[in-house]
Every structure is written in structure tokens, then in C-alpha cells.
Design a protein around this ligand. Structure first.
Ligand code: NOJ
Length: 745
């Protein structure tokens, strides 16, 4: 949006305020912001736009800027990150209180999956498809962080990701814009609770704006080249959902999108976010991303970078020092209009007012509260519940699971005794004394008298087979073998892209050696991404995907393996058969030559050396029980909604929860739509033999698409409604429906 337009909107609001007292009262925050702004020098304004890394573990390359406390006192810092604990936070806020205008600091932190209690990594939580559970997890994270002095989390990451080589898939909700949008809302609601101003609400931050998940080749920080159609269809929706849910801040991204670094993109930040979407919060850059426009080759130095970024709508500079170093000169040189700076400062101050920091800059800094609210038994119970809801049962041939009592269990693999590893990447070392139960601890706690034999067999990245013999001996002595294998926790996360996502080291060989004993094998895989484990998928009868489950991981895994909890999770991301299939996702287009089957290759859109289908499809996840579907009906309710109903029956022997998924199968659509699109889901808990009616409503808006002019108008010409237990396990479907919202029924 051109600046003149932005300024006109701000000025009109101020005039209204002068003319009408009632509006003034409603708008007291804006009035207070304007009054404060009027007192600020240009240097102080620029200080508010500057964010420094603090004194904790750095989450990026730290710039050497001298005495940061002195900079805070001089009013040259608006926010800090990586300072945790009320004691440390207080030292910085004390310094801010010694600055001329005493403007409180914001304290940002990557609270990605819990603060002192670690929850499952976000991708694992996404597998729960349980919005209440996810919101509860973030509520706990917010309560703990707020008690520890933090008032801003750099979360949720709502980047759609279809390339499991990208290390950051662990931080998001997977590949689907519909599921991703629902999860974005749940997370924002969890962090921001009853709204900024409540003592346990912290600001959320939707990141990374935008399309970072589509980095070419899955290589972190890489460029993104994408049609605007894909951007609007697939990558923007979760951000829009977060904005609609009231997210306080956005973070831009490291990548360039179609030749323009995101931090310098007016199209993204001014036209879309602050213009079309009317976002009132502020945008923080990613770590150093404003300065990195020099390395991109978009600007020649940090002076130019600062000009481009502020013009493009990046309000706060995280760690690049470009704003603090150059904005003043840019104003003097008449290269930057001070009204741009005022707009950014207003946005930041508004959030500080809304958080209640001007009433009490120390409201998040209460050592007593910190002591009582961190790591409570009630919140640990929430972590265990969310962890078991995140575990995906990929395969259970021969019904080896749940393991029944009385069996001798052999535990084999490098992750059987893993404890801190279960926290995964982006976990915080707040509770250094934390004793995290391993898988072995979890089993032992529930089977105190059972003989648990153990041999690691190999390490995660080992190349030595020296431990195989002992492991094979353990397997021979056991009735059932549980193997705990996978990646190391730092193989996913920022700057952790991998070209091979196979099981590292010689783990696959160990699996082969144990399977060769003929003993029944249950494979538990831990990782932050979908891995490739094709041989195991073919030859191991039972496979459980346990991601990184956090503080209660061992207990949660034992709950599932022993049947105390019947698994209900579903994959939020497609699992490929090989890296060669990447990018792979369920919601692709049909193409002009779609194969009729997995082996139909004759001049078809297929690989000649690999099946087309994935190893495990989006939405896949088994239960110890089975579910039957029947009685699909649909009707239009009013002009805008379609109501779909069906019955689900538990046909097995265990009580369990099914996540029923509603897909639209697009048969004819102009422009094209993906073959299948998730448009709704419902979780239903059923006792054995029980049947329940399930209703899912979707809206006209949700069926819309974008035409070539990026207008949101197009509906499918002909489609089918499908109900499934997974995207590749459709149980019910309607006949073809033409013009779903307008034809007579
Ligand atoms: C860089 C990461 O991309 C971002 O997600 C994170 O919030 C910042 N560093 C701060 O740690």
C-alpha cells in the first residue's frame, strides 16, 4: 500500500478522536500511543524498532554491538530476545526504566513447543488433529513463559512444508493449508489466551511470512520461486487464519520470493498483510534478515537495506543493526519519510500498551509466580496427554500391539534409553534438573516386574556392527522385541536440512538382523521429520511413529505400546518411499496423464523406477480398533453452507477415537483444483460396538479458489464429497455434484 494511503488512514482516525470523545475512550490505546510518540526524539523512535539478542543461548549469529544494557538505558532498544528467567529479564527492564521515557522492553523467545515443560514438537502435535489439545499445550507454554518474564513468543510457525528434507518441517503443521490454518488458530488462541493484557497471555507471532517452507531443494534459507496462484492457494491461508485469530505480530522470512527478499517485499507486507488483511500488529524481521538483503544481492549495503525494509513494512529489525545504524541518516538524507518510522513505532507501542507494560513494566517479572507456575504436575499431565495423542500407529500387522502382559520384552536400539533427546530441537533448557522418562523408563514404570532385556545394538550414526551380536541375543531371548530407532534430535530444526532422510548410520542393518531372528518386532521411530525406511515398512510388522514427544515422552510411548492409550493420530505430512519423490503431497493436480494405478507407467506421469504412491499418505494413522462408515448424506443449509453427515461405528474390541476426514474430490474445475482437498474433519470417540452420527459443515468460502487475476471466486464445476479415514482410505463418497452451491438438489 502506498505510504500516502497508510498515513491518510492514521490521520483520519486521529481527527475522529479529537471530534468524538466516545471514540477516544474506545481508542485510548491509540491516543496514549500518539501522546507518547509526540514526546519521542527520532533516535528514541528508531530505538523502538531495534531488537537485540540477549545473554542466553543465541539462536543465530550474534552481532557484536557492545554494551547492550547501556544501549537499553539510552533508549536505543525496543525489544530483546533470548533472555529467560525473571532475574535476567528484570536486569534488562530495570535498564529500560532508566531511559528518558521509560518505555518498557518486549522480551521475545522461541517458545516453540513448551517452555519449562517440553511438549511434542509442533509437527507431532499436528498429528493429533486435536485443536483443543494443541490450544491447551500452548496455554501451558504461555502460562509458564509469562511467569518467567517472557511476553512474546516467536511462534506459531505456520509455514506449509512439502519437503521433508527441510529441517524446519518439525516446527510446522505439515503440508495442508486447511489443517495448517486450523492449527494456526488453535496456537494463537493458546498463546494469547483471554487477550493481551491478561497476566498469562503472551504475544504470538505468525512466521515466516512467507513461503519459507518451499525453499528450493529443501535447503534452509534457500530461494523460493512460486506462482502467485500457489502462494494464495496454499501458503498464505494459515497466515490469514492467524491474522483473523488476532495474532499480535508477524515475522518475515529469510527467503527471497520470486526475486524479492521477504524482508524487502512491499507486496507481501504492505499490500497483502497491512493492506488487504488490515493487520494492525507489527512485523519483526527474522534474525538479521534485513542486513542479509546485502548477501542476497538486493541492496549494496545496510544503509540501503534499512531503507528498503522500512519502506516494505518491516517494523522491527532483529539483530541486523541496520535500523539503529542507518535510519537516522536516511531521514536526514530524505531517503526515508519519518512518517514510515512513526507508523512502525506506533504499531510496536500499541502492543506494549495492550500488554499492560506501561501500567506495570514488571508485570511479567515476579519470582514467586515463576516458582509456583513452572513444571507443575497438572501441566505435566497435559504434556503426557498431548504426547500420546501425537503418536501415529503406521502399521500393526498381526496385531502385535498393544503388547499384552506376561511377555518378555527385548528392547533394542540407540533410542531405548534416550531422555533429553526426546525434547527435540527448539526445546529450552529452562529446567536443567529435569529427569525425562525414556521409553525404557516408561515401560518399566508400568511393568515393574516384567523382565526388560536391553541392548543398544548401535548408535544413531554408527558404522560399527560390534553391538549386533548382543542385540540378536537379546531378541532371541524375548517374546517380543521393541526397537527404538531414528534420527538425532539435532538433525531437524533450523539449518538442519538433509539430503538423505533415511535412517542414519547402520540402523537399517540392525533392523534386518533382528527381523532375521524371526521374533515379532515392533519398531518405534523417533524423528522430527518424515523419514524414509522402506525396507522396514515392507518387513517389520508393526511401526509406531513417535517423533520427539518432550518431557513425558517415555510415559506416553509406554501408554500406547501397552494399550493404556489407543493411538488416534494421523499424519499431517506425506511420507515418501524415497527422496526421489520429493516434493510429495496428497493435494496435487491430476495432470493430463494421471496413472490409473501405481504400476501404470506407459506414457503416464510416473517414475519408471518407483511407485507413484507415497509410503504413508497424508491423514494415515491406525488404531487398535477398527471403524466402519455408513449413511453418507449431504444438504445445503442456507446459501453458504454444506452440511455432511454420516455414521461411524467402532467394529473392533478396543474403545478408540477416529479422526474422520472430509475431502472434496475435484472432477472439473477452472482453474484446476487439486485432486483432493481436506475441507473438514471431526474426532469421535467410540466404545466397542458403538455407533455415532458425525456432522461436518463446510462453507462456500472454503470451496473458493483464485482465478488468474487472483480474485477469490472460483468454485468447482463438478466434484464429489469424500469421507475417509485417511486421504488414501476413502470410505464413503457422493455421486458427482455439479455446481454444488447453485444447482437444484
Ligand atoms: C531465526 C529463525 O528463523 C526464527 O524462526 C527465530 O524465531 C529467530 N531466529 C529467533 O531465534
Amino acid at each position: 500500500m502506498p505510504f500516502r494511503k497508510i498515513y491518510a488512514v492514521v490521520a483520519a482516525a486521529a481527527l475522529l478522536c479529537v471530534a468524538d470523545k466516545a471514540i477516544c475512550q474506545v481508542n485510548t490505546v491509540d491516543v496514549r500511543v500518539n501522546a507518547l510518540l509526540a514526546k519521542m526524539t527520532l533516535e528514541e523512535k528508531i530505538g523502538q524498532l531495534n531488537q537485540y539478542n540477549g545473554n542466553w543461548e543465541a539462536t543465530g549469529p550474534v552481532s557484536q554491538v557492545g554494551d547492550k544494557i547501556a544501549a537499553v538505558k539510552a533508549g536505543r532498544v525496543g525489544a530483546v530476545l533470548n533472555i529467560m528467567g525473571t532475574e535476567h529479564v528484570k536486569a534488562f527492564q530495570d535498564a529500560a526504566m532508566q531511559s528518558r521515557l521509560k518505555i518498557p522492553l518486549l522480551f521475545g523467545q522461541d517458545v516453540i513447543h513448551g517452555y519449562s515443560i517440553t511438549f511434542p514438537i509442533p509437527l507431532a502435535q499436528a498429528a493429533s488433529w486435536d485443536m483443543e489439545a494443541i490450544e491447551r499445550a500452548e496455554r501451558v507454554a504461555a502460562i509458564e513463559s509469562a511467569a518467567s518474564g517472557i511476553n512474546w513468543t516467536f511462534s506459531p510457525m505456520v509455514d506449509i512444508a512439502r519437503d521433508p528434507r527441510w529441517g524446519r518441517v518439525m516446527e510446522g503443521a505439515g503440508e495442508d493449508p486447511f489443517l495448517g490454518s486450523k492449527i494456526a488458530v488453535a496456537r494463537v488462541k493458546g498463546f494469547q489466551g483471554k487477550g493481551l493484557g491478561s497476566p498469562d497471555a503472551i504475544m504470538a507471532c505468525a512466521k515466516h511470512f512467507v513461503a519459507y517452507g518451499a525453499a528450493i531443494g529443501g535447503r534452509d534459507y534457500n530461494s523460493v520461486d512460486m506462482s502467485l496462484h500457489s502462494l494464495w492457494e496454499t501458503y498464505l491461508p494459515p497466515f490469514y487464519a492467524a491474522q483473523q485469530a488476532g495474532v499480535a505480530t508477524f515475522m518475515n522470512s529469510f527467503n527471497d520470493l520470486n526475486g524479492i527478499p521477504a524482508s524487502g517485499s512491499s507486496y507481501l507486507q504492505r499490500d497483502i498483510l497491512k493492506g488487504k488483511w488490515n493487520f494492525k500488529g507489527f512485523v519483526v524481521s527474522d534474525w538479521g534478515s534485513i542486513g542479509e538483503m546485502v548477501s542476497h544481492g538486493y541492496v549494496k549495503d545496510n544503509y540501503e537495506a534499512a531503507a528498503v525494509a522500512i519502506q516494505a513494512g518491516s517494523d522491527m529489525d532483529m539483530e541486523s543493526g541496520s535500523y539503529i545504524g542507518h535510519l537516522k541518516q536516511l531521514v536526514t538524507d530524505k531517503k526515508v519519510d519519518v512518517r514510515l518510522i512513526d507508523d512502525a513505532v506506533r504499531r510496536i507501542l500499541r502492543k506494549k500498551f495492550e500488554l499492560g507494560l506501561f501500567e506495570n513494566p514488571y508485570r511479567f517479572i515476579d519470582a514467586k509466580r515463576e516458582q509456583t507456575l513452572l513444571y507443575t504436575p497438572e501441566n505435566l499431565a497435559v504434556a503426557r496427554e498431548v504426547a500420546r495423542k501425537s503418536i501415529v500407529l503406521l502399521k500393526n500387522d498381526q496385531h502385535l500391539l498393544p503388547v499384552t502382559s506376561g511377555k518378555s520384552i527385548g528392547l533394542i536400539g540407540p533410542l531405548v534409553k534416550a531422555k533429553r533427546e526426546l525434547k527435540g530441537f527448539w526445546s529450552l533448557n529452562v529446567n536443567l534438573g529435569e529427569d525425562i522418562p525414556s521409553l525404557m523408563d516408561g515401560l518399566h514404570a508400568q511393568l515393574p516386574d516384567a523382565p526388560l532385556l536391553y541392548a543398544p545394538g548401535c548408535g544413531i550414526t554408527d558404522s560399527s556392527r560390534a553391538g549386533f551380536e548382543e542385540a540378536v541375543a537379546v531378541a532371541r531371548k524375548s517374546d517380543v522385541v521393541i526397537m527404538a530407532m531414528g534420527e538425532a534430535p539435532d538433525m531437524t530444526g533450523e539449518a538442519k536440512s538433509r539430503s538423505s532422510i533415511h535412517l542414519p548410520g547402520i540402523q537399517e542393518e540392525l533392523i534386518k538382523a533382528i527381523v532375521a531372528t524371526g521374533k515379532p518386532v515392533v519398531l518405534v521411530l523417533m524423528a522430527g521429520r518424515p523419514m524414509v525406511f522402506d525396507w522396514a515398512s515392507e518387513h517389520v510388522p508393526t511401526i509406531v511413529y513417535a517423533w520427539w514427544l518432550g518431557s513425558q515422552g517415555g510415559y506416553a510411548m509406554a501408554d500406547v505400546l501397552l494399550g493404556k492409550y489407543n493411538p488416534s493420530a494421523k499424519l499431517p505430512m506425506t511420507f515418501p518411499r524415497s527422496e526421489g519423490q520429493i516434493p510429495i503431497y496428497y493435494n496435487h493436480y491430476s495432470t493430463g496423464r494421471p496413472p490409473a494405478s501405481d504400476t501404470d507407467r506407459f506414457y503416464k506421469s510416473a517414475y519408471t523406477d518407483l511407485l507413484n504412491s507415497p509410503r504413508y499418505a497424508f491423514g494415515h494413522g491406525l488404531s487398535y480398533t477398527s471403524f466402519a462408515y455408513s449413511d453418507l448424506k449431504w444438504e445445503r443449509t442456507g446459501k453458504e453452507n454444506i452440511k455432511v453427515s454420516f455414521q461411524v461405528k467402532n467394529t473392533g474390541d478396543y474403545a478408540g477415537e477416529e479422526t474422520s476426514q472430509l475431502y472434496i474430490h475435484n472432477i472439473v474445475s477452472r482453474p484446476l483444483r487439486p485432486v483432493k482437498e481436506l475441507k473438514g474433519f471431526k474426532k469421535v470417540f467410540l466404545q466397542p460396538g458403538e455407533t455415532k452420527a458425525v456432522t461436518i459443515v463446510f462453507t462456500k468460502e472454503e470451496l473458493c479458489s483464485y482465478n488468474e487475476k487472483l480474485e477469490k471466486v472460483v468454485l468447482p464445476v463438478a466434484c464429489q464429497i469424500m469421507i475417509g479415514s485417511a486421504s488414501d482410505d476413502i470410505r464413503l463418497q457422493t455421486a458427482t455434484i455439479n455446481n454444488i452451491f447453485s444447482e437444484p438438489l
